[in-house]
Write a new protein. Structure first.
Length: 307
């Protein structure tokens, strides 16, 4: 396409504006030093967890009976950099493999939570009326029940109906994701109540777009900024939830390592092997802090009032 007067190509204004906005968001995020540090720390943790198989680590379930002899080995003894747990298993290897479980559960649970919350919230915010009323009443019911007791009841029911081995990765993801969606639904609904009255929404209706296309093609992309922030903060919350369930014996079951069940196993041997509890606790603390700082940075970077 060319200019009618000069014959020169017209600049892609929309693409230029999009690139400038992305650059501005990244620039605002970089100014948040804690968020940038948190992103670097989280990337390092994820890379270590992803490439655990190629790292020079011991088998996380191998018991060093030769050196252990009934007592946990302290850090640095017999080639165990962080020591061993109460059963003589290498703590560093179990921390790395436990990171895979904890982070994967958090990612997929939050993905499920955001998908459910975004779908129900968009319907409630766009249609209003009876649809909005009943979806929000369902949301209020879920919000009125404390999440942790609800999770404990659901995991106990699953455990009693079959056996504790059923409490595997998929079950934990479904239970957490299916009970954690109400905050995301309310957030998306609030955004849609404003967006559905905008001029571009009226224009989309005027040219004959169906409701589904308007919701998912025009409105939902404009509500993605608060969704991203909510998802980032929820990842930290799910890591704590999974660790809590595992600590109480209703999460990921041994011998599979997760940070939560590592803490649970170490609780009864704090005097003999304090490091077995300290290192998993530090991993949870550092990861949650990093994710929270990233969420704070994204909130500031994506805030329209900061533009």
């Amino acid at each position: 396409m060319t200019d009618a007067v000069a014959g020169t190509p017209l600049a892609p204004v929309a693409d230029d504006e999009y690139q400038l906005e992305r650059h501005a968001v990244w620039k605002r995020f970089r100014r948040h030093r804690l968020a940038l540090t948190g992103a670097v720390v989280l990337i390092c943790i994820v890379l270590v967890a992803v490439f655990a198989k190629i790292l020079p680590l011991q088998d996380p379930n191998f018991i060093d009976q030769v050196h252990w002899q009934g007592y946990p080995l302290a850090p640095g003894v017999a080639g165990h950099l962080l020591g061993t747990d109460e059963n003589g298993r290498d703590l560093l290897a179990r921390l790395v493999w436990g990171a895979q479980i904890s982070l994967t559960v958090a990612f997929f649970a939050v993905l499920m939570e955001i998908l459910i919350g975004a779908f129900l919230g968009s319907l409630a915010g766009y249609y209003g009326g009876a649809v909005d009323y009943w979806i929000m009443r369902l949301t209020d019911v879920f919000l009125s029940i404390p999440l942790l007791p609800l999770l404990l009841v659901l995991t106990a029911i699953v455990s009693a109906s079959s056996n504790k081995a059923a409490l595997n990765f998929g079950v934990i993801v479904v239970i957490i994701g299916a009970t954690s969606w109400p905050p995301a639904a309310r957030l998306v609904r609030a955004s849609f109540l404003s967006l559905r009255e905008k001029e571009f929404t009226e224009a989309a209706r005027a040219v004959g777009n169906r409701d589904g296309r308007i919701i998912f093609r025009h409105l939902l992309p404009n509500a993605v900024a608060p969704i991203i922030v909510q998802a980032t903060l929820d990842v930290a919350g799910v890591i704590i939830l999974e660790s809590t369930l595992s600590f109480l014996g209703l999460g990921i079951q041994p011998p599979t390592a997760s940070w939560g069940n590592m803490l649970a196993n170490a609780a009864s041997n704090l005097q003999q092997a304090w490091w077995a509890a300290v290192f998993p606790g530090l991993c949870i603390l550092i990861t949650v802090l990093a994710i929270n700082y990233i969420g704070d940075g994204l909130r500031d970077a994506l805030d329209p009032n900061m533009r």
